[in-house]
Design a protein around this ligand. Structure first.
Ligand SMILES: Nc1ncnc2c1ncn2[C@@H]1O[C@H](COP(=O)(O)OP(=O)(O)OP(=O)(O)O)[C@@H](O)[C@H]1O
Ligand SMILES: Nc1nc2c(ncn2[C@@H]2O[C@H](COP(=O)(O)O)[C@@H](O)[C@H]2O)c(=O)[nH]1
Length: 193
């Protein structure tokens, strides 16, 4: 059995990564979603083990020290990281896995898994991005400002990705990502079939 594909989806806060990932779940049978660990507080409606594994700083540090994270990064005052074992087991089982992570973490994954598929999700405009993050209503004013200021630098790192997808409409963005994954499965790789 061939290994699954490791897919990384990044993009600035509020662009719609989570929304697109949720929509993809119903469309792509072979795709598994990686649940990250984070030190940030849960938002209303978020569940431990579903949206994130919510950790204290000490618990997160312990995961780093025990090499349990494939990558991690500090983003706007909190730590976020990808549990390693789940990713490796999913790939070995032949399923594809998608990591919805920010740019610093994505670049670390690229060092370890250069064969991964790196997709950058773009907003139709910066004004639309601001409207989306404000409209979501989950962040304080200060956090919104901080996330938007980081967004410009994040977009500047898009050149390190394989694909750029504009999230103008959710269905269209999903179709483009599905097409990328289908094409990547058809790619001739040196390891053979
Ligand atoms: N194509 C779209 N058109 C209009 N609104 C959208 C679109 N995609 C997502 N949204 C809305 O934008 C807001 C932000 O989306 P979402 O939470 O998925 O972003 P995100 O990239 O996962 O953000 P973060 O990185 O902060 O977690 C949500 O309110 C969502 O409903
Ligand atoms: N490097 C990582 N970044 C991650 C991970 N899980 C999520 N994220 C990214 O963090 C920001 C903020 O997320 P939010 O839920 O607080 O809005 C966003 O860009 C996520 O994609 C991870 O494991 N590693």
């Amino acid at each position: 059995m061939s290994k699954g594909l490791l897919i990384v989806l990044s993009g600035p806060s509020g662009v719609g990564k989570g929304t697109v990932c949720n929509a993809l779940r119903g469309k792509m049978d072979n795709l598994v979603y990686s649940v990250s660990a984070t030190t940030r507080n849960p938002r209303v409606g978020e569940e431990d083990g579903v949206n994130y594994f919510f950790k204290s700083r000490d618990q997160f540090t312990d995961m780093i020290e025990h090499d349990q994270l494939l990558e991690y990064a500090e983003y706007v005052g909190n730590y976020y990281g990808t549990p390693r074992d789940f990713v490796e087991q999913t790939l070995l089982s032949g399923k594809d896995i998608i990591l919805e992570i920010e740019v610093q973490g994505a670049l670390k994954v690229k060092e370890k898994f250069p064969e991964g598929i790196f997709i950058f999700l773009l907003p139709p405009s910066l004004d639309e991005l601001e409207g989306r993050i404000r409209g979501r209503g989950t962040e304080s004013q200060a956090t919104i400002e901080h996330r938007l200021s980081v967004a410009v630098d994040e977009i500047g790192l898009m050149e390190h990705y394989d694909y750029a997808v504009v999230n103008d409409q959710i269905d269209q963005a999903c179709k483009r990502i599905e097409s990328i994954v289908i094409a990547e499965h058809c790619k001739v790789r040196s390891s053979g079939i």
